[in-house]
Design a protein around this ligand. Structure first.
Ligand SMILES: O=C(CO)COP(=O)(O)O
Length: 123
């Protein structure tokens, strides 16, 4: 399973916690992430993650482009609904690409946990 992991700054601690919780499952997946999120997952969880550009520099768009050509099976995108982001159009483009291509996209911890529990039971 190829999973993209993305978290805004206010949600990065949640992403690290989630990744720790599902570490064994995630370690068996092919992971990519936006730059800073990926760095935290490598350093704090010890996961092997391909780091793309940071979100504000185009990382969301890179992930959207990958999933549009069938290279990403699922997205966990912990968005911060309380903080305006300079790259809001990129964020919307990524979520739209998930809908266009019918790729599962969890945008909060509870939905991410549901998906990860489901997939880890099947693996
Ligand atoms: O901004 C982001 C997603 O929109 C996340 O990017 P970083 O993981 O580089 O902080």
């Amino acid at each position: 399973m190829r999973i993209a992991l993305i978290a805004h700054d206010g949600k990065k601690a949640d992403m690290v916690g989630l990744a720790r919780e599902f570490r064994d499952f995630l370690a068996g997946c092919t992971l990519c992430a936006t730059g800073t999120t990926g760095g935290r997952l490598q350093a704090e969880v010890g996961l092997e993650v391909e780091r793309l550009l940071s979100g504000p520099l185009g990382g969301d768009l890179q992930i959207g482009a990958r999933l549009a050509v069938g290279q990403v099976d699922a997205v966990i995108f912990l968005r911060d609904p309380m903080t305006p982001q300079p790259h809001e159009p990129d964020i919307n483009a990524l979520v739209r690409a998930c809908d266009v291509h019918d790729i599962p996209c969890a945008t909060n911890v509870s939905s991410a946990r549901l998906l990860l529990e489901h997939w880890s039971r099947r693996s």
